[in-house]
Design a binder for this molecule. Structure first.
Ligand code: HEM
Length: 409
């Protein structure tokens, strides 16, 4: 088939996933089409391969790995509590999907860029919305097109981030900031073996823009779908509330969540995994063919593109029995899902490095949601469409009521 004039091969299934995720990057390239690259930057991680990719990925993971993120659970918890206080408390109705987007942006802005609540963050959020609109638009660069606005927003965002990098570098030199304070300070502090700086400022800026884009729609989508499934399926809601109430009861009033509390949220995470299985935010993954190759007897020529459907494997009854049933129990036994079958976070050397960050944000958000509010959907029958991320046209409007707390922690 041909998509926007480029011959395209569609792959799906466990073996195809393994091939797609582990194929040599000289054959299947992750480089994005030129319009996306213009918005995200030439040195963002998607554009790099081989040693350069490994180096940048290692740098990002030096902040995003579990051993480091565990120190930031309470900071994330504070940010999420603030969100519910500011945007949910005292309201009867909430547009859940935009709300989860704002929450996700704020959590990332605070932990990764180190910009807290205030005017600067509001400016960035506005610019970021424009960037996102352009990524999904027709790439015509004329005044007043979405793509043009997105390019301009990307340039302004870069200037803000460049200035921030200078400020943080000075703060590190004067010891008024510490190396693992946020992702920027972590990246600025990385050194090569000969003590030279590991990443250029351009690489840091491009990484920040890409990471914000990669984490924003994906995590906020997952949270929105969890709000929907909890409202539609009483047994799913019951399993999460039981687990989350127990954790709330074990905490003193106002006490922040810890890494150990999150380790107890196993049932909630299984619900999240099942939601990702049934509605993966990244439905289709993309690669460009750089060299002719043969797959299952077919010759795929250079210049074609390969698209991988994540959900076709997720909905295969041979891998996930009764696949159209929402059943979080299927993730109860660790290792029961065959390799390269659950691919909501991708696989191989490019598997999502933000997985742990998304897990923490999801668990903390659900903890506060179910312990503080009850909710029902304003339009229970309303389905979603794909643009290409799944979205609810009505913003997933819900009626909310504050709960008499078991104990508000
Ligand atoms: C539920 C939330 C998320 C989902 C479902 C998700 C999904 C994915 C998938 C499927 C890929 C692989 C794409 C491919 O192979 O073409 C990916 C890559 C990536 N994700 Fe995520 N993601 C999520 C959250 C995040 C967050 C929170 C961050 C950042 C903090 C992030 C940063 C990235 C980056 C930087 C890459 C590129 C990795 C590389 O090329 O080495 N993601 N993600």
């Amino acid at each position: 088939m041909s998509i926007l004039g480029t011959p395209t091969v569609f792959l799906h299934g466990q073996a195809a996933n393994k091939f797609f995720f582990t194929c040599d990057s000289n054959i299947l390239s992750n480089k994005q089409p030129s319009p996306t690259r213009r918005i995200c930057g030439e040195r963002n991680i998607l554009e790099l391969s081989g040693h350069e990719h490994k180096r940048l990925r290692g740098a990002l993971l030096s902040f995003l790995k579990p051993e480091v993120l565990r120190q930031y659970v309470s900071k994330m918890d504070e940010e999420i509590r603030k969100h519910f206080e500011m945007h949910w408390r005292g309201k009867n109705k909430v547009l859940a999907m935009p709300s989860m987007k704002t929450l996700t942006f704020n959590v990332m802005s605070s932990l990764l860029i180190g910009i807290e609540q205030g005017a600067k963050r509001d400016v960035l959020l506005d610019l970021f919305h424009k960037i996102m609109e352009g990524i999904l638009s027709v790439p015509i660069n004329l005044p007043f097109t979405r793509f043009n606005r997105s390019l301009q927003a990307s340039a302004k965002t870069r200037t803000i981030l460049m200035n921030l990098i200078q400020e943080k570098r000075a703060a590190l030199e004067h010891a008024t900031a510490f190396p693992k304070q946020d992702l920027i300070t972590t990246l600025l502090s990385l050194r090569n073996e000969d003590n030279s700086v590991a990443l250029s400022d351009e690489e840091i800026v491009d990484s920040l823009v890409l990471i914000m884009i990669a984490g924003y729609d994906t995590t906020s989508n997952l949270l929105s779908f969890l709000i929907r499934i909890s409202a539609n399926d009483p047994s799913v809601y019951a399993s999460m509330i039981q687990e989350q109430e127990e954790i709330a009861k074990s905490k003193a009033c106002g006490e922040l969540l810890t890494w150990d509390d999150l380790a107890r949220m196993k049932c909630t995470w299984r619900v999240a995994m099942e939601s990702l299985r049934m509605t993966p935010p990244a439905l289709i993954l993309y690669r460009k063919v750089l060299k002719d190759f043969e797959y299952e007897g077919y010759l795929i020529p250079k210049g074609w593109q390969v698209m991988l459907s994540t959900s076709m494997t997720h909905m295969d009854d041979n891998i996930f029995p009764d696949a159209s049933k929402f059943d979080p129990k299927r993730f109860e036994i660790q290792g029961s899902v065959p390799p390269y079958s659950f691919v909501a976070f991708g696989g191989g050397p490019r598997i999502c490095p933000g997985m742990e960050f998304a897990r923490l944000e999801t668990l903390i958000t659900i903890h506060h949601l179910v312990n503080r509010f009850t909710w029902k959907l304003c339009r229970p029958g309303m389905s979603f469409c794909r643009e290409p991320f799944p979205i609810f046209k009505d913003g997933l409007e819900i009626e909310i009521e504050p709960k008499i707390p078991v104990k508000v922690n």
